[in-house]
Design a protein around this ligand. Structure first.
Ligand code: NAI
Ligand code: MG
Length: 350
């Protein structure tokens, strides 16, 4: 039995999460396991009900399940709230409360969508790598920080245990993939990177079967675009990962296709990387694939059933290969289908 808490949120959030729930129900029917899905309010939807973006009840529910599925939060209606009440603050809070220290973003090219990339088909075909970005440390959290009239300052600091726990996840995952980890830093300039590098190499002794190499972040930015196929697993710090994972994501095309996982020691949360898309909300136009692919990540990383993750990815690939296109991934002349039609197509292929 898998217990999943869904927090659909705002805008297209409920529409794409409904797609993911249909996929979960189909998997449950097909494989005969029980899935309990408990829905809780989050973001603007919660604000309207309770005057809070993230209630204690929702947070408690997230701590009392096997995995959390998030849609998206935010929208024009809540933009003028004071900072501490904004949806973004609730997102940071949930990540921090659940101690989700690793953010995983795959860069995987679907053959049927090879033309959606801004890079040449030959360069991107076959790309399949995974970025592990450290999410709760580094320069975004280091003290001291501040600014005055003439100076601004932040501190980039990593503790040994922070590097070790994300590097361990990366090595373990690489073992189940192509067995290659590239650790990205700026050790030629930054002492914090020197520690990062030392810790990663010490830990590597436990994973001698995995191939480890180091790369400077500036070179990595170039290599990801020059030859993305060379990568299997990338592990890097918060700031570098923020930038590199966006570059990596875009190799593969539309925002509507990109899933993510945020993982900690005890909890894990899965969500599409896109926002609430107020411009297309409630129109049954959103692409549900990013959220459905996030469910694949859930089976891989939380439930440890990679075969089912592959099944979901295969169903997405088949739906795309049979010509299914929501508006965001359609070329001129393609027949455009709705969120629910795309969902039905993927469920059929399951
Ligand atoms: P967005 O990702 O919501 O939308 C950007 C563009 O991509 C829009 O034109 C939208 O229609 C399109 N798009 C996004 N997802 C799509 C999908 N699944 N299918 C088809 N088209 C899709 O980013 P934007 O416009 O900057 O932000 C809108 C709201 O979302 C804001 O309130 C923002 O704060 C919030 N947001 C929330 C995030 C989260 O919950 N994790 C992440 C990013 C933004
Ligand atoms: Mg970013």
């Amino acid at each position: 039995m898998y217990k999943i808490v869904s927090i659909p949120g705002d805008g297209i959030g409920p529409e794409v999460v409904a797609g993911a729930v249909s996929v979960l129900e189909q998997l449950s029917r097909k494989h005969g396991f029980e899935i309990v899905i408990e829905e809780h309010p989050f973001g603007g939807a919660s604000w309207e009900l309770h005057g809070e973006m993230l209630t204690q009840a929702t947070l408690d529910a997230c701590r009392n399940c096997d995995a959390v599925l998030l849609g998206a939060v935010g929208g024009p209606k809540w933009e003028s709230l004071p900072h501490e009440h904004k949806p973004e603050a609730a997102l940071l809070k949930i990540r921090k409360e659940l101690q989700l220290f690793a953010n995983l973003r795959p860069a995987k090219v679907y053959d049927a969508l090879i033309d959606a990339s801004s890079l040449k088909a030959d360069v991107v075909r076959g790309t399949d790598f995974l970025v592990f970005r450290e999410l709760t440390g580094g320069i975004y959290f280091g003290q001291p920080r501040g600014f005055d009239e003439n100076r601004g300052w932040n501190t980039m600091v990593y503790e040994r245990y922070e590097v070790e726990r994300i590097a361990r996840l990366a090595f373990e995952t690489a073992r189940k993939r192509k067995g290659k980890v590239v650790s990205i830093d700026k050790a030629n300039v930054l002492e914090v990177s020197q520690l990062w590098r030392n810790v990663v190499h010490e830990l590597h002794k436990e994973f001698a079967d995995v191939e480890l190499s180091d790369m400077y972040v500036d070179n990595a930015a170039m290599q990801i675009v020059r030859n993305p196929k060379q990568f299997d697993v990338i592990v890097t710090s918060n700031l570098f990962g923020d930038i590199l994972s966006d570059i990596a994501g875009m190799i593969t095309g539309s925002l509507g296709m990109l899933p993510s996982a945020s993982i900690g020691t005890k909890y894990a949360l899965y969500e599409p990387i896109h926002g609430s898309a107020p411009d297309i909300a409630s129109q049954n136009k959103a692409n549900p694939i990013a959220t459905i692919a996030s469910v694949a990540m859930m089976f891989e990383h939380s439930f440890k059933v990679p075969e089912i993750a592959r099944e979901i990815e295969q169903a997405i690939e088949s739906a795309l290969a049979s010509g299914c296109r929501t508006a965001d991934i359609a070329n001129t002349g393609d027949r455009v289908i709705s969120t629910t039609e795309m969902t039905e197509a993927i469920v059929r292929h399951l």
